[in-house]
Design a protein around this ligand. Sequence first.
Ligand code: CA
Length: 230
Amino acid sequence: MDKAASILIIEDEPQIRVAVRDALREVADRIGEAATGAEGLHAAASERPELVVLDLGLPDSAGVDVCRELRRLLTSPIIVLSARHSEDEKVLLLNAGADDYVTKPFSVLELAARARAQLRRARSSAAAPSPVTLHGLTIEPATRRVDRDGRQIHLTPIEWQILHTLVTAGGRTLTHQQIFDAVWSRQFGSPQQYLRVHITNLRRKIESDPASPRIVITEPGVGYRADVVR
Ligand code: CA
């Protein structure tokens, strides 16, 4: 894969900035650094990095707020560095626009692999939508046609929207709220309950064994993802 033109690291601790920089040396030509949330947002706006690594523990602002602001400025992937790793925090971060999270202390190899995966995904989703095949299921975004073994499957518009939203996310986990917002234009009821009903119907149509789904995967307490190869 071609190196990214630039990556931005937002982290107040100098030793960790050095560790992240070392980890990502082979991934990007230029690595920018910021020590506060304010500096980070400023750098993101002026440098337009292809990827941001954001530490959640910053001296001047809550990491999740910086994440939300970054998402307003950029479509580039955001990888969060976090000391904790609770489901609630994952949901909060994904809703704030983060693409992935790495728990401290992190392995240099793991961080580099995650960064490459995010860059690959960002580049492929920028390209024209092409048919996707998942466990025998073919999904054609242009025509909205779904086939299994050459036989067309008829989905309701909502089932199509859910499947398309998950597949377009390229294997990334989306929270119940994110899927809900993408599929329904107005807010009503509980996203989790509402989704469960439609996901059950969708799986009955597209999975070869709906009781042990392989295409639409549940992330307990968080949301769902499509089993797209990263
Ligand atoms: Ca920190």
